[in-house]
Ligand binder design. Structure first.
Ligand code: NAP
Length: 395
């Protein structure tokens, strides 16, 4: 089998044929016919000059392939091909494992109700490139404590470097980390899922690395393993996983993000993506983020530095001495006018991520706000879900 290669492609369904990418490519690797704009795999050197200039995000597509798609194949496409399995997923027992991972994510997305759909303008994700039989080895490039040393909560920002192994991820996807050890039946422990907290072009732009936001759980086989790793240590990784909890590329899309604790991971990725790729985005981003105290809120300092014109932040605390307990749904009620405006707007996408327990209160709050606006929340929500604009990931 050939060594898998990462190939740069353009999504013909989203591309508006403005040829800006072709003009910005310094080595003439991008070309077009009357049908499509395409990238020549034999020339592309991944310089990424074309990525920020694309007005639609259609340029930011990647597939891991054994043999690159030819120019002729790309000219004939009406849509991008799905990611083929290049990691040996059909070997014994591995399909079952991928099913188990898919099941885990389906369970996490259950709160969305019905079938989850990706946003219409989201890029097509690569999934299941690496599995338990053939994991990819990543090196720890960074391990920083995000919460104060005084806080009981130890949440860490972990950076993983994939070196020369292709590992394309989109914001909102998860990866599996295989913990060492065995279960009670002597079987190897299954991978644990973590959301990627960096944007698609890497924690550091154009480096093949991703970041995770990991909370050390008492007796957690994988969280303790990860949090104890040093720079240079190796981890076995599976994935990427997840094809619906994705970000719209449409720069006019408005994002309403509600999270608790480490459920903030994908929203860090969403925010960085908007900052890096859609400088002129007209769609606003609003975040309701709940933690016990500022000390235990992941990314408290960096978040506060993101300008309000990019991200309007509502950081709420449930155990701040001297203050009333406040949950995200409490602050949503205070911000009723803004939420009412957003749920009426067909450009709005809602994302809920974190503790499963938050769903009930958040749903009830949406219900009450919608009712006062003369709307039926279940009708609004079901229409948003059908449209790929309502997403839940809770554990
Ligand atoms: P946490 O520290 O236990 O809680 C965060 C905040 O949520 C606290 O202020 C807590 O308040 C509050 N809270 C508790 N019950 C609530 C409710 N019913 N409604 C609203 N707020 C409520 O959170 P965590 O341990 O970081 O957990 C985050 C969750 O996100 C986990 O389930 C994790 O699996 C999931 N997640 C993680 C990732 C990742 O990549 N690491 C990705 C997606 C999701 P009190 O404790 O004061 O009641």
């Amino acid at each position: 089998m050939n060594k898998p290669l990462k190939q740069h492609l353009i999504d013909p369904e989203i591309c508006i044929r403005c040829y800006t990418c072709e003009m910005s490519c310094p080595i003439d690797a991008i070309t077009h016919d009357e049908n499509n704009v395409v990238v020549d795999a034999s020339k592309c050197n991944f310089c990424m000059d074309c990525i920020p200039v694309c007005p639609t995000g259609s340029i930011d597509e990647w597939r891991v392939v054994e043999k690159p798609y030819s120019l002729e194949e790309q000219y004939s496409w009406m849509e991008l091909p799905v990611q083929q399995d290049v990691g040996g997923a059909s070997e014994n027992g591995v399909e079952a494992l991928d099913d188990a991972m898919a099941q885990l994510l389906a369970e996490a997305h259950k709160g969305a109700g019905g079938k989850s759909r990706p946003p219409a303008s989201a890029s097509k994700p690569s999934v299941n490139l690496y599995n338990l039989a053939k994991p990819v080895v990543a090196k720890v490039q960074g391990n920083y404590r995000l919460t104060s040393e005084n806080s009981d909560t130890d949440v860490r920002h972990i950076i993983l470097d994939f070196g020369s192994h292709p590992f394309p991820v989109l914001e909102g996807q998860s990866i599996g980390v295989i913990p060492p050890g065995q279960d009670a039946n002597g079987q190897p422990l299954l991978p644990r899922l973590y959301s990627v907290s960096s944007p698609r072009d890497g924690e550091r732009p154009n480096y093949n690395n991703v970041s995770l936001t990991v909370k050390r759980e008492p007796n957690g086989a994988c969280s303790n393993f990860i949090c104890d790793r040093n720079i240079g240590d190796e981890l076995q990784v599976t994935g990427p996983f997840g094809a619906t909890f994705l970000m719209p590329n449409d720069p006019s899309a408005r994002l309403l993000m509600i999270c608790t604790g480490t459920g903030s991971a994908p929203f860090r990725a969403f925010t960085m993506r908007r900052q890096r790729a859609s400088a002129g985005a007209t769609g606003d981003m609003v975040m309701f983020f709940g933690a016990r105290t500022p000390d235990s809120l992941p990314y408290f300092g960096p978040l506060k530095k993101v300008p309000d014109r990019i991200l309007k932040k509502h950081l709420v605390f449930s155990r701040e001495p001297g203050q009333d307990k406040e949950y995200v749904q409490d602050r949503m009620r205070v911000e009723e006018a803004a939420i009412s405006d957003m749920i009426r707007d067909p450009r709005t996408h809602i994302y809920i991520c974190g503790l499963r327990g938050m769903e009930e209160g958040v749903e009830a709050t949406f219900g009450a706000i919608a009712e006062r606006a003369g709307l039926s929340w279940s009708t609004v929500r079901d229409a948003m879900r059908e449209d790929g604009r309502y997403h839940v990931e809770t554990y």
